[in-house]
Design a protein around this ligand. Structure first.
Ligand code: SF4
Ligand code: SF4
Length: 430
């Protein structure tokens, strides 16, 4: 364990042996950190929702109480802290639901949408991160000009919303997941706007044309806190224009509302044995080699199954042709990481239609995690009692062996193995 949060920390450095000076052991420290990280992830989603005019007083009150529970000499009880973690998952579900509603109300009805990937000739601005309001404000400010705006990374799902679909300056998508941004931003000639987490400290090559918004700030970048994108637009005017270089087209926009419209047909198809299983494969992406597990897993899914993906984990699996089944693409992109709410809503609707529990559905969740939003989403799934989730590519370092054992015993939480195909067979029971 490692704790340095109070004055009596061991040798004025940190309590690294369990228990620490106050008596807190590594399992309590582990649950406090899990709670703290879940709260951070939830706070990011809540911040986006608040910017769109929505907040939930009960969530805010919970954040205060849960933070209080992580202070020195407040709570040494494993079950209580585990309960707080699950409650964090419950609150995060409310927050993701609130954000989903805010996105639809503000930006219009989602629909499957074909997106052009690459660049078109002319001045361009690239927008990365998750904050759709930043993207919208920028689009409003370039309206009527010849400046084209492109999404990057987790901004890709913006294209599914009606108001973004119809905006003449939103020209397409450029690049992949966050970990590729140093290469991709260096190659993009215009200014780049980082709206949230998963922005990297820029190298010299594009430092002068990286802008960030609100809480986001990096050395060498220019932080904009007022919603005025004038400096970005000015930079687009003086930068070298983009070349005409279209790489491909792809389809996004299988939002929960789109899938739920198909629910009766999906239920009938499952009952008739025409759909063997649904896989949710997604979450975060990252640079580690082990993340090929998710690529292998997706490619091993049977041809009569569907893969729902979300988060930037999609970039790990979307470069493969999975074909169609029942006139629908087998791989369906549901949106950003916060659209995990959509996957949950679809699962709950199917469970209701089949009059069974979520764990009785032909559904397998394979979640790639990287940062604290993924912790919040995992806690939401555990709060809902979802069992048999596979998590990877590495176990969270802040989860102690004992706490992990508890999660395995109660939720059958699994870790990614070395053989994705073998794990898939275990998951589907063949
Ligand atoms: S809270 Fe406890 S474990 Fe942490 S630094 Fe203080 S005495 Fe050590
Ligand atoms: S899904 Fe996770 S890793 Fe990917 S951009 Fe979003 S927060 Fe970052």
């Amino acid at each position: 364990m490692f704790c340095n949060q109070c004055e009596q920390t061991f040798h004025q450095t940190a309590c690294v042996n369990s228990p620490g000076t106050c008596g807190k052991d590594q399992d309590i420290q582990s649950l406090q950190e899990t709670l703290l990280y879940g709260l951070k992830g939830m706070a990011a989603y809540a911040h986006h929702a608040r910017r769109l005019g929505k907040h939930d007083e009960e969530v805010s009150a919970f954040i205060e109480e849960a933070l209080f529970a992580t202070m020195t000499n407040v709570n040494f009880d494993l079950e209580t802290l585990l309960g707080y973690c699950l409650q964090c998952g419950e609150m995060n579900l409310r927050v993701m639901q609130m954000l989903d509603a805010a996105h639809v109300e503000t930006f219009g009805k989602p629909a499957p949408t074909m997106v052009t990937e690459g660049t078109r000739a002319g001045p361009g601005i690239l927008v990365t991160g998750h904050d759709l309001l930043d993207l919208w404000q920028l689009l409003q400010q370039v309206e009527g000009t010849d400046i084209k705006v492109y999404t990057h990374g987790e901004m890709l799902p913006a294209h599914m919303y009606e108001r973004f679909r119809e905006h003449p300056n939103l020209a397409g998508h450029y690049g992949g997941a966050w970990q590729d941004q140093k290469k991709e931003f260096a190659a993009f000639p215009g200014p780049v706007v980082g709206t949230t987490n998963c922005v990297l400290i820029p190298p010299e090559s594009y430092r002068g044309r990286l802008f960030t918004t609100n809480a986001v700030a990096v050395p060498g970048g220019t932080r904009l806190a007022s919603g005025d994108f004038g400096p970005v637009i000015e930079a687009a005017r003086t930068a070298e224009p983009c070349a005409e270089h279209v790489v491909r087209t792809s389809t996004v926009g299988f939002h929960r509302s789109v899938l739920l419209e198909q629910a009766p047909a999906i239920v009938e198809a499952v009952k008739a044995g025409k759909i063997s299983r649904f896989f949710v494969i997604g979450g975060c992406d990252g640079a580690e080699k082990g993340r090929n597990y998710f690529t292998d897993y997706a490619q091993a899914t049977p041809p009569d199954s569907f893969i729902l993906t979300l988060g930037c984990g999609k970039f790990r699996i979307r470069d493969h042709d999975y074909g169609e089944h029942l006139d629908l693409p087998r791989l369906m992109d549901m949106g950003q990481c916060n659209d995990a709410y959509g996957a949950i809503a679809v699962a709950l609707a199917l469970a209701e239609a089949f009059d069974c529990g979520v764990n009785d559905l032909p559904l397998t969740l394979v979640i790639s995690w990287f940062e604290q939003k993924a912790v919040a989403v995992l806690l939401t799934l555990l709060h809902l009692g979802v069992k048999g989730i596979t998590l990877g590519p590495q176990p969270p370092a802040f989860v102690s062996p004992n706490v992990f054992k508890v999660l395995q015993e109660r939720y059958d939480l699994r870790l990614t193995g070395s053989d994705a195909t073998a794990d898939l067979r275990v998951a589907v029971g063949t």
